[in-house]
Write a protein that binds this ligand. Structure first.
Ligand code: ATP
Length: 251
């Protein structure tokens, strides 16, 4: 397997003076191409900060992050934003979509930003993704006229539009009811089977059980790791294994 993302000894601090806090304490993490990794840990342990650091959205105070062998801190702002736009997708708990645009235009917007793009080809691809995610008939609707689960699917279409190598997801099911959360997890598994790597921050053992590997964080460090094999283990068994590890780690 080839390494896609490599974080070495990442240090991240927030605040000034007496308030200065080290949120990531020499964290090293490697994600292979096509790998599905979940990150769990107590609130405030640094999960989102790690995801932002690996995705080049948050500057780091120490260590290095490589994406496909490129050191993110050696890229210019323009190079970094191009890399984020083409190589990475982002899905958050609440997709930040604009009320005055319909669903299709919201999906297209980030891809159209910046340089000149082939609008017709991107629209065709967006429509194909919407069909795949089961929301094609909603393309002309305002974001206020769809459910939370449908909105999250639109967010996933947006993240997939530029054919990223990885999608960074921060609590993607956190705002969804259990039915929508299950459907979203199935979509992520399907996306991963098509070769896209995933890094998912979650509090939910059911979500983490879909990954190949779960990283456990506490107080700014990765304190444990669990490898989950799909062969020989049902999803229920993997949920149990994640839950047992959380209990053991007192998370
Ligand atoms: N922009 C910021 N400015 C100052 N402190 C921050 C900032 N972002 C995060 N922090 C602090 O860094 C620590 C880690 O935050 P982070 O969001 O990474 O934790 P988390 O594990 O993702 O938590 P949660 O599960 O609650 O989302 C917390 O103490 C948080 O208050």
């Amino acid at each position: 397997m080839k390494t896609l993302v490599m974080g070495n000894e990442i240090v991240k601090m927030f605040g000034h003076g007496d308030e200065r806090q080290t949120v990531l304490k020499n964290v090293s993490v490697q994600i292979e191409k096509g790998e599905y990794v979940a990150v769990m840990g107590p609130s405030g342990s640094g999960k989102s900060t790690l995801l932002f650091a690996l995705g080049g959205m948050e500057a780091i105070d120490g260590g290095t992050v490589y994406f496909n062998g490129q050191n993110l801190s050696q890229l210019s702002e323009d190079e970094l934003s191009k890399l984020r736009q083409t190589g990475m997708g982002f899905v958050f708990q609440q997709p930040t979509l604009l009320k005055n645009l319909d669903i299709l235009d919201n999906i297209l917007l980030p891809a159209l930003r910046g340089s000149h793009k082939n609008v017709a080809a991107l629209t065709k691809k967006a429509e194909m993704l919407m069909r795949k995610m089961g929301i094609e008939e909603l393309k002309g609707r305002s974001i206020t006229e769809v459910s939370g689960g449908q909105l999250q699917r639109a967010g996933i279409c947006r993240a997939l539009l530029m054919t990223p190598e990885i999608i960074f997801c921060d609590e993607p099911t956190g705002a969804l009811n259990s039915k929508s959360a299950n459907e979203t997890m199935k979509l992520f598994s399907q996306i991963n089977e098509e070769g896209v790597a995933l890094l998912i921050v979650t509090h939910d053992a059911k979500v983490a059980a879909n990954a190949q590997r779960v990283l456990f964080m506490r107080d700014g460090s990765i304190v444990d790791e669990l490898r989950l094999s799909k062969t020989g283990h049902s999803i229920e068994e993997n949920i149990k294994r994640v839950a047992q590890r959380l209990e053991y780690l007192e998370i």
